[in-house]
Design a binder for this molecule. Structure first.
Ligand SMILES: *Cc1c(COP(=O)(O)O)cnc(C)c1O
Ligand code: SF4
Length: 421
């Protein structure tokens, strides 16, 4: 059994503990409730201003995972507001991913060709201090309306290239089973929607929400995939593991998206321990995110190089199954960019020189007589991208408005055979 060090929460489990609605109703939301739960906590003088800007909510369950009441504790750091959230360096933005520019219908982000993301609710059971949607999560606690859902479903019907819909938020599993079913069943009526994913931190912060009733409902709408959000091994408790097992047993493949957080999980050994524990419990590490440039999370950011060090450490030590992809979700809506140590040391037409995790250098001889493969040609109308450049479809992608570009003169010998963009 976990030993709880302080406050009311140490007095064992009150009646109702196992009921997710009780957990929701008894969330720590005010400074008074916070000091009642943690009498030994030194009150942060800025607490009121912080939570006026970025709401606080902590389920009693998640609060019970705190082992020491200060910022040396990873769980404490992820849920208890701190004055550093008010720091405001100029490059931080409320919406660094510019999701609002990729919203053809309010509440739905369509950024990638075949995928769309639906913000189904603004509510979470516990508000993560490092949340990337701090501008939305908890500011009002509302869920998607029937009318909005209808607009989204119509958009998806008119855009059959979208085959993968991600239900996100907020945390969609804080919705009632009935409301969530309304969303799932409407999306399932769109024939072009093949897979539905749910992004949720509920297995971590409110595992009792994963009821048999919920699992029974979800299995009616397969294929359903769930990505959850464990950041630290301390969050993998018997309760959260059991919740994940219930989902897996209902046929839902589980992935995990972690965020790299300074002082929480920014050591390679912690990520290693986390990834091993995830795989042991049938949860596939999917992404490790570089912290976004979100206002209010400056104190959690690490340099990108820390993520690379971690990836360097993991490769070779862990099975590929346990290694997440490290991604920077680029500012200005650039989307997720995988970042990896470089394993290609050099290349000639005949050999590629690679290094392995130990530093061994190996030459890989290329096939003889290879020129180009006809099967790799993009379609005629394919939009320009880096892959189209490699295929010779376009000869360049030119940034607008460079000084050199402004100085350039038209000239008579331009080669019209490859298109420019
Ligand atoms: C992350 C994300 C997706 C899904 O990306 P995958 O790489 O397929 O997991 C889709 N839409 C938006 C807006 C996203 O941020
Ligand atoms: S559960 Fe997700 S949306 Fe909610 S606060 Fe945490 S990171 Fe943000």
């Amino acid at each position: 059994m976990r030993r709880m060090a302080t406050g009311d929460l140490s007095l064992g489990r009150p009646k109702g503990w196992e009921d997710w609605r009780w957990q929701m109703a008894n969330r720590i939301r005010t400074p008074q409730q916070l000091s009642a739960a943690f009498p030994r906590l030194t009150a942060d003088p800025d607490l009121m201003s912080v939570i006026a800007k970025y709401p606080m909510a902590i389920t009693p369950y998640y609060a019970s995972l705190i082992r020491r009441v200060d910022s040396a504790d990873p769980v404490f750091q992820m849920c208890v507001p701190r004055s550093q959230e008010l720091a405001d360096p100029p490059f931080l933005m409320p919406d660094p991913l510019e999701e609002c520019h990729d919203m053809p219908v309010p509440g739905m982000v369509h950024r990638y060709p075949d995928r769309a993301l639906v913000i189904a609710t603004t509510m979470c059971s516990t508000y993560c201090r490092h949340c990337t949607r701090k501008r939305i999560a908890g500011t009002r606690e509302t869920s998607i309306t029937k009318r909005r859902l209808e607009q989204i479903a119509n958009y998806l019907t008119e855009h059959p290239q979208v085959s993968d819909v991600i239900i996100s938020g907020g945390d969609p599993l804080t919705m009632s089973t009935e409301n969530l079913e309304m969303v799932l069943s409407r999306l399932r009526q769109v024939p072009s929607v093949q897979i539905i994913r749910i992004g949720t931190r509920v297995p971590v912060v409110l595992p009792m929400r994963i009821t048999d009733e919920l699992c029974q409902m979800l299995r009616k709408y397969h294929p359903i995939w769930i990505n959850t959000h464990f950041n630290h091994p301390q969050e993998l408790t018997p309760e959260s593991i059991a919740a994940c097992n219930r989902l897996s047993d209902a046929g839902v493949p589980l992935g995990n998206q972690s965020v790299l957080l300074r002082g929480v999980n920014d050591r390679p050994q912690i990520i290693e321990q986390l990834c091993r524990a995830l795989v042991r419990n049938r949860i596939r590490p999917y992404y490790l995110y570089q912290c976004d440039l979100v206002r209010g999370v400056e104190h959690f950011r690490t340099p990108v190089s820390r993520g690379l060090e971690i990836m360097e450490y993991l490769r070779g030590r862990l099975s590929g199954l346990a290694i997440p992809t490290f991604v920077v979700d680029a500012p200005h809506g650039g989307g997720k960019i995988p970042v990896l140590p470089s394993y290609v040391v050099s290349q000639s037409p005949t050999h590629t020189v690679l290094r392995n995790y130990e530093g061994m250098l190996i030459a890989y001889p290329e096939p003889q007589g290879w020129f180009e493969s006809e099967c790799c040609r993009p379609q005629e109308d394919s939009a320009p991208g880096v892959w189209e450049l490699t295929a010779g479809q376009y000869s360049r992608i030119q940034p607008e408005r460079t000084l050199r570009q402004a100085r350039r003169q038209p000239c008579c010998t331009s080669d019209e055979s490859v298109r420019d963009f």
